[in-house]
Design a protein around this ligand. Structure first.
Ligand SMILES: [Cu+2]
Length: 188
């Protein structure tokens, strides 16, 4: 008799837990992210507006920044986000959303995010990846005012500008090193 009661309680508990899982998926949108196996890991960030309020975002996490560093989307939009990294494992979390993925070298991970509310969403690395890990962040602006397609184009321009800036930084650093007198012991 006792066994029967225990079995009934256990069964009821299992049913309740299944219900909780269904609730988190349906109501809170918590889903298991995907590892995409049929896509080559990409090395450049991108934003593509596939349809009104539907975006495809390619994030590249690398030491110690995200590419693209800044994105503007329309509110109440859905973004399919693909994540890749060319160097080490990074964590990528969009604060205030369910998006929390690992960036793994050689793999592309995927999750879908709905941006309902307007505002600035912080993208942070939550997996220690080296000395400047704490500076690794990006931002997603969700704003009605900004015309979505124009912003995507603007983003592409700003991305190009940034890469140019990076090149200048590298050249300047090289010049400084070339100018600095070299000491016998190898230290500058
Ligand atoms: Cu990190």
């Amino acid at each position: 008799m006792v066994e029967k009661r225990v079995a009934i309680v256990a069964l009821a508990f299992a049913i309740v837990l299944t219900g909780v899982i269904a609730l988190t998926v349906r109501v809170f949108g918590v889903e298991v992210p995907d590892c995409v196996v049929d896509v080559q890991p990409f090395r450049q960030g991108n934003v593509v507006e596939k349809a009104p309020k539907r975006y495809e975002i390619h994030y590249v996490a690398r030491m110690w920044k995200f590419d693209p560093p800044e994105i503007t989307l329309a509110p109440r939009s859905i973004a399919d986000i693909y994540l890749s990294t060319p160097d080490v494992v990074h964590g990528t979390q969009i604060v205030g959303t369910n998006f929390n993925l690992m960036a793994v070298p050689g793999a592309v991970n995927y999750a879908r995010v709905k941006f309902d509310k307007e505002g600035d969403y912080l993208v942070v690395c939550n997996e220690y990846c080296g000395t400047s890990h704490h500076n690794m962040a990006a931002v997603i602006h969700v704003s009605e005012k900004a015309a979505a397609h124009r912003n995507v184009r603007m983003h592409r321009l700003s991305l190009g500008g940034r890469q140019q800036a990076d090149r200048h930084d590298i050249q300047r650093t090289l010049r400084q090193h070339a100018r600095a007198p070299r000491r016998i012991d190898g230290r500058r």
